[in-house]
Design a protein around this ligand. Structure first.
Ligand code: HEM
Length: 497
């Protein structure tokens, strides 16, 4: 193409090209625009670096109000992922640093001691705090964002489907879906993305467990729309068509409408299987503290699907990559898994009992979660002035437990970038709160047992049934994701053993 034509195309983009540009860069464009306006309106820009005096935390706060939001968004929009924003600042300021994002001062807490203090003071000195787009995505009645008293009630009522007693049924349902999906993919011989498969599996398993949804059209709608809502969690929260935030909020509205219709249908007297949604509806006549409002049911159904799907599916994807890179670990795991598979009658489901007999798989799962850090930090807000390890924290500051730093600290985990399940040969961790993939305390992960079981059943079926070939080794991370995931999704082909 002649140079003139190239320039002419750049200056006169097609409608599709413009839309694609807006979709990919809208958050950064909006943040850049707002930053420029601030620079013009505020006469003195306090760009100064805040240095460390005794008790104060070092860090650069950037522009007034917007702080380093632009840099955060642009790092999140790169192939290194949003945690690179933290990594770079740690190199500049040291382990403890502060920054300003979306108008709030954020402190990153890099130590297991700091994590312990925060977990122990959850609901007292600290409370949960999400960035605005995150709380908009899950809704004001979500377990993730409600205040202490409401949290206690909602958590108690949500706990049932995630108890140990519900696990055997969940494992059977998941195993059935998983076996079918793997068989279909192996038989087709075609390349597929592990991430896409694990997103589908976790979404379907959750929708079946919570609402007994089996209609494929509705399942695909949930999978698609919940992923859009999740994508909106890192975005600039303004309703401009074409942006991630806009698309996420529209998807949220569609999902809410389906939930509302399902609740109305069930109340109209249709018969339904015994599931979480039904158990909530049957509480209609209970006192207020023993039930959920419809808005609470809907926000929390969405929360559970998103919280369970994105985290667990990312861990499943990383587990296959780490195993492929560490063949001696894979061989040992396969030996264990084949013993279990061969002891089971032909065609029978994997069971909860099977999982209890997989000591090496437990270590592989734990090491995957340590190295993958699917939740890169855990956000809180200080509800009063306090100190953390001698550093002053002001009321209203965001305090992020930097679990990635803790899990990658060489003093706690020697040679931390190495995938080495044998670290977990010893039952005790090197220090309390040094291994916290599911958090701790009153806000710890509600789906811990389910997530562990899902990853282990996945590993069991893949490793004992198939070998795989990875078709793309590009280490780039997905852009604008709050969860580190390979942008390739890890494309593989399967071959039956
Ligand atoms: C590998 C998978 C998973 C990981 C690594 C993970 C991790 C976490 C962590 C670290 C927290 C606490 C965050 C904090 O303290 O700020 C959390 C909370 C939560 N998780 Fe998970 N999670 C996973 C899977 C699941 C699943 C399968 C579900 C259920 C469907 C789930 C539901 C929740 C909920 C509802 C909360 C909020 C609890 C509360 O605030 O009381 N998670 N998760």
């Amino acid at each position: 193409m002649a140079t003139f034509e190239i320039f002419s195309k750049m200056l006169n983009p097609s409608r599709e090209e413009l839309l694609l540009f807006v979709k990919n860069y809208s958050d950064i464009l909006i943040a850049a625009l707002l930053s420029i306006v601030t620079v013009l309106l505020v006469p003195k820009i306090a760009r100064g670096r805040v240095t460390s005096s005794k008790g104060s935390i070092p860090g650069g706060l950037g522009l007034p109000i917007f702080g380093e939001t632009l840099s955060f968004l642009s790092t999140s929009n790169s192939a290194k992922g949003c945690y690179d924003f933290v990594r770079r600042r740690r190199m500049l300021y040291g382990d403890w640093f502060k920054t300003r994002l979306f108008g709030k001062i954020h402190v990153y807490v890099p130590s297991s001691e700091g994590a312990r203090t925060i977990f122990a003071s959850d609901f007292a000195t600290f409370d949960k705090a999400y960035l605005k787009p995150m709380s908009d995505a899950v809704g004001v009645d979500s377990l993730l964002v409600v205040a202490q008293e409401t949290h206690r009630r909602i958590r108690r009522l949500l706990s049932d489907p995630f108890s140990m007693s519900s696990l055997p049924t969940f494992i059977q349902k998941l195993d059935k879906i998983l076996c079918q999906e793997l068989k279909t993919r192996e038989e087709s011989g075609e390349k597929f993305s592990v991430l896409a498969l694990s997103m589908k599996l976790t979404s379907d398993a959750m929708c079946t467990l919570l609402m007994s949804v089996t209609d494929d059209k509705i399942l695909r709608m949930f999978e698609h729309d919940c992923a859009l809502v999740s994508d909106a969690m890192i975005s600039f929260p303004v309703m401009i068509p074409g942006t991630r935030y806009y698309n996420g909020m529209k998807a949220r509205a569609r999902v809410m409408k389906v939930f509302k219709d399902m609740i109305a249908e069930r109340r109209s007297g249709k018969e339904y299987s015994d599931d979480f949604l039904q158990s909530m509806i049957e509480r209609d006549t209970c006192p207020d503290n023993e039930k959920l409002t419809d808005a609470e049911i809907m926000d929390n159904l969405l929360t559970l699907i998103i919280a369970g799907q994105t985290t667990t599916s990312a861990a499943m994807m990383w587990s296959l990559k780490f195993l492929d890179e560490n063949r001696e670990v894979l061989d040992r795991l396969r030996e264990e898994q084949l013993t279990i598979a061969r002891a089971r009658p032909e065609g029978a489901s994997a069971t909860h009992e099977d999982i209890k007999n997989m000591p090496y798989c437990v270590k592989v799962m734990k090491e995957t979660l340590r190295l993958a850090n699917v939740l890169v930090w855990f956000p809180r807000v200080a509800t009063s002035d306090c100190t953390l390890e001698g550093f002053e924290i002001k009321k209203g500051w965001r305090v992020n437990i930097d679990v990635t730093r803790i899990h990658m600290n060489p003093d706690l985990f020697p040679n931390p970038t190495q995938f080495d399940p044998s670290r977990f040969d010893v039952p005790e961790m090197p220090k309390p709160y040094s291994y916290i993939p599911f958090g701790s305390g009153p806000r710890s992960c509600l789906g811990t047992n389910m997530a562990k079981a899902t990853i282990m059943i996945f590993l069991h079926r893949v490793v004992s049934g198939y070998s795989w070939t990875i078709h793309d080794w590009d280490p780039s991370l997905e852009k604008m994701s709050h969860i580190p995931r390979l942008s390739s999704g890890l494309p593989i082909t399967l071959k039956a053993l």
